[in-house]
Write a protein that binds this ligand. Structure first.
Ligand SMILES: C[S@@+](CC[C@H](N)C(=O)[O-])C[C@H]1O[C@@H](n2cnc3c(N)ncnc32)[C@H](O)[C@@H]1O
Length: 350
């Protein structure tokens, strides 16, 4: 059998004794720590392994790279999630904390009966009335509650208790009964399946992105949809974070990091850029006056990190014009106006 050239494989062959040889005959400087040998073995194995039926199906239209390249994209992704999480821990002075507070969960609600804007219309176009929709990280139901009015059932799989409370209240207030909240992280155990599986504004926070995607793919009978913004919403307020906590601000992974992971898994998704630009996120609801904008920013920053309220208020006020702007909705932090939502979507292949 022909093995493609592979430096890792060559290195492993050079370092491992031939079968029957004694390990103490290897020169000490050529011996590797056992953990590194295991890592190399894990990286090498798939090159000599015959693809199974699932891998063969993937390879019909698109040939994913070898395992070590796949690991590189996924590792870079995990590195960004880790760096972003470490930044948040640093802001808190080393304390861990629940990101999804009741205040944020309440802000994450939106009226399920609102007319669909162009972006939500694009998403809803993938949903049929008979569908069971799984919303992974569905939060307070901003997206899946309007969809519940247009499909058979919705299951929201999300670990955050504050999001569950906001979701159930929102469904109750809107008189929506064909929805269920499963409190837990994705990948879910036991696995949950549906016709359409979606995850909007979630992937920025998912460290182990490969099993997350693999279960999205396995769970969907007809379509997987990942919703993501071209500048992730947690980046909004970047200048304020740098002012209060120091910089440079570390961004969570976005589409640039996610797409290579998908390609490396042999998934060739459609990337649909939606028409409406981002106006703001639920972390930064518009405020009617400058003073209320400052107070919102102080409260939000205070919930994120170890700052004193008076210090935060003084710094934010001193830099007000550089940090905030007014538009038709009210006052909010300055951000780029050309941020676009993308649907990364594919049909699962079996
Ligand atoms: C920014 S909110 C998005 C909520 C909703 N999808 C939306 O677009 O409004 C991110 C949500 O992802 C959830 N989440 C984070 N990691 C998750 C995981 N591994 N599995 C399921 N949900 C997750 C959080 O609890 C939170 O509710």
């Amino acid at each position: 059998m022909f093995d493609p050239p592979n430096p890792l494989l060559d290195a492993a062959r050079a370092l491992h004794p031939p079968i029957g040889a004694s390990a103490d005959r290897i020169e000490p400087e050529r011996q590797l720590p056992p953990s590194l040998v295991d890592e190399m073995a894990a990286a090498v194995t798939p090159i000599v392994r015959r693809p199974g039926p699932m891998n063969m199906a993937r390879r019909l239209g698109f040939d994913p790279p070898a395992k070590e390249a796949r690991m590189a994209a996924a590792e870079q992704y995990a590195g960004r999630v880790d760096a972003f999480a470490a930044q948040r821990t640093r802001w808190r002075g080393g304390r861990r904390g629940d990101r999804w507070t009741p205040i944020l969960a309440e802000q994450a609600r939106d009226d399920p009966h609102r007319p669909l804007d162009a972006n939500l219309q694009a998403l809803a176009s993938y949903i049929d009335p008979a569908d069971l929709v799984i919303d992974v990280g569905g939060g307070a139901g901003r997206v899946c509650l309007p969809l519940a009015l247009r499909c058979r059932d919705v299951v929201n799989v999300d670990p955050a208790p504050a999001m569950q409370a906001a979701f159930e209240q929102s469904a109750h207030d809107a008189g929506i009964t064909n929805v269920r909240f499963v409190q837990g992280s994705w990948p879910s155990d036991p696995p949950i399946t549906g016709d359409v599986v979606l995850a909007t504004q979630v992937t920025y926070f998912v460290r182990d992105i490969v099993p997350f995607i693999q279960q999205l793919d396995a769970a969907a009978r007809r379509r997987v949809i990942i919703g993501i913004w071209s500048v992730p919403p947690p980046v909004q307020g970047e200048a304020i974070f740098e002012l209060l906590f120091g910089g440079p601000f570390v961004r969570p992974p976005g589409h640039r990091e996610l797409l290579p992971v998908l390609w490396d898994l042999g998934i060739l998704p459609d990337v649909r850029v939606l028409p409406m630009p981002m106006r703001r996120t639920f972390a930064w609801p518009p405020q009617p006056t400058c003073e209320q904008m400052v107070e919102w920013a102080v409260r939000y920053i205070f919930s994120l990190g170890a700052v004193t309220e008076s210090d935060a208020r003084a710094k934010i006020t001193a830099h007000y014009d550089a940090l905030f702007m007014q538009d038709v909705d009210g006052y909010g932090p300055r951000w780029r106006t050309d941020v676009r939502e993308m649907l990364i979507t594919w049909e699962p292949r079996r």
